[in-house]
Every structure is written in structure tokens, then in C-alpha cells.
Design a protein around this ligand. Structure first.
Ligand code: SAH
Length: 256
């Protein structure tokens, strides 16, 4: 493949949470000038159509099966930079939010490859906006926490223990597989009617959401079966989910 670029460069681009229109203009320009695009499973593949000429490499996980390890991705970045290519590393949401961006930035720096990071709309922010959930609310929630449900060994993140004690809106990424444990943890610190919402496939046409409270969300989700990619929202702000209320009403009707 012909390189359009005289100099190697790596651009980490935030693809946004799913809706392909939630890409920044700067991210779009980076994609359009790329020689090669390495993309993750959470980056909408429709974004690749912005550059029919670039070589595209899927480096994400699919159904628990990982095609490339982070080390292999880092090696690919270095190998493609030798051509020299402009490499776009297209990552779901925002690259700096649970995106392992530092490892790729460090690789670029170690090889003297110029690197740039273009932010994207993170899934927590996309989910909140599309579900019309204000994650801060005057007089109700004065801060928000974005935490991972699990650590790198797949265990419950200890920060959740602190998050559950705060009055902040708490948004948990990578927590769907530990829903029961996370809800149990919050239940130790909050009342049974403390609001909880789940949003799957935020900002995508197939988005699904569910809202309830600590004492019923697990049961509701055994019926609704919301799964990956999904996030959890805890706190008063999670109450304002009109679409979700309809979904609960539908589930309750189905139960009767
Ligand atoms: N950098 C990404 C997060 C990567 S971690 C960002 O800024 O959003 C991957 C986790 O993000 C998933 O396990 C899920 O919890 C969340 N996620 C990503 N896209 C999502 C979407 N469209 N809807 C709901 N959750 C999503």
C-alpha cells in the first residue's frame, strides 16, 4: 500500500460511544488522512468508511476472544510507523478513559514517533445525554465518579467500596458481569430505594436501558437481560429516565 504521509505519526482517536455522528471533526480529519487504522470492537466500524483507502486492522476483542494482545498492538504501531505511515488508533469512547492509552503513548515515545491524542465522547457521557440523565443535578448530586467494576484480574474494584459511600452519581464501566456483587456492595451503604439504572449499547440504535432501585434491579435484569457493552448508574440522577420507566412498566405488565 502506498503511504500518503512523509512522516510517521500515531494518532489516538476517540471514536465516541457508538453513534457514528458522535465523532469530533478533528477525529474525522485524522481518520481521513490515515494510511492505516487499528480499531477496537467498541469503535463503530461505520467510521472506517470515512477513509476507503486506509488499511484497516481489527485489534479488538470479540466474544471474549482477543485477537491481539496489548503488546502485539504496540508492536504493530511501531512496525507500521517504519513505512512511514500515519497510524490512527481508533478507540471506543474517549482514549483516556479506561483505554490503555498510556501504554500506546509510551510505545510511541520510546520509538520517537510523534503521537497525538484526540478526545472522544466517553460512554458514560453519551449514555447520560441520550438517556437524559443529568449526572450532576443542582442540590442533588454535586459530583460524579466513573469507576471500573473490575480490576485487571477480573476482581471487584476496591474503589467501589468508597464510591458506594459517597453522595456522588456513580457510573460503573466494565461492571455488568458483577452486577449482583456491585449492587450488594451499594446496599450495605445506601437505602433499598436508592436509584440504579443500566444502559446497554448507549447511543446506538439498539440501545436498551432499565431503571430500578437497589432492592429490585438485579431481579429486573434477570428478566430484561441487559448485557455488554453496558454501564451502571447509581444515585438520585438515575431517576430521570423516562424511556426506562416505560421499559420497567412493560416488564411489570409482562410479570402480571
Ligand atoms: N474508553 C471507553 C471505555 C472503555 S472500557 C469510553 O470512554 O467509554 C469498556 C467499557 O465501557 C464497557 O465494558 C462498558 O462498560 C463501557 N461502554 C463502552 N461503550 C458503551 C456503550 N455504547 N454503552 C454502554 N457502555 C459502554
Amino acid at each position: 500500500m502506498k503511504s500518503f504521509n512523509q512522516k510517521a505519526k500515531i494518532t489516538l482517536v476517540g471514536a465516541g460511544p457508538g453513534d457514528p455522528e458522535l465523532l469530533t471533526i478533528k477525529g474525522l480529519r485524522a481518520i481521513q488522512t490515515a494510511d492505516v487504522i487499528l480499531y477496537d470492537s467498541l469503535a463503530n466500524p461505520a467510521l472506517l468508511d470515512h477513509n476507503p483507502h486506509a488499511h484497516k486492522v481489527f485489534v479488538g476483542k470479540r466474544k471474549g476472544w482477543q485477537k491481539f494482545s496489548q503488546d502485539q498492538i504496540n508492536d504493530l504501531l511501531v512496525d507500521f510507523a517504519k513505512f512511514p505511515y500515519h497510524i490512527v488508533r481508533l478507540k471506543g469512547g474517549d482514549p483516556m478513559v479506561f483505554g490503555r492509552a498510556m501504554e500506546e503513548i509510551a510505545t510511541a515515545q520510546a520509538h520517537n514517533i510523534p503521537v497525538e491524542v484526540i478526545p472522544g465522547i466517553s460512554s458514560y457521557s453519551g449514555a447520560a445525554a441520550y438517556q437524559q440523565i443529568p449526572i450532576t443535578e443542582r442540590g442533588i448530586s454535586r459530583s460524579f465518579w466513573v469507576v471500573t467494576g473490575t480490576n485487571k484480574d477480573g476482581e471487584l474494584n476496591k474503589d467501589l467500596e468508597l464510591a458506594a459511600q459517597s453522595s456522588a452519581t456513580v457510573i460503573v464501566l466494565m461492571g455488568m458481569s458483577k452486577l449482583t456483587e456491585i449492587v450488594d456492595l451499594f446496599s450495605q451503604h445506601k437505602p433499598a430505594d436508592y436509584p440504579v439504572s443500566i444502559v446497554q449499547n448507549a447511543t446506538r440504535p439498539d440501545t436498551r436501558s432499565l431503571s430500578g432501585q437497589l432492592d429490585n434491579i438485579v431481579a429486573l435484569n434477570t428478566i430484561a437481560q441487559l448485557g455488554s457493552p453496558g454501564l451502571l448508574l447509581f444515585g438520585a440522577a438515575a431517576r430521570n429516565l423516562d424511556a426506562v420507566q416505560k421499559e420497567i412498566a412493560a416488564i411489570k405488565t409482562a410479570e402480571i
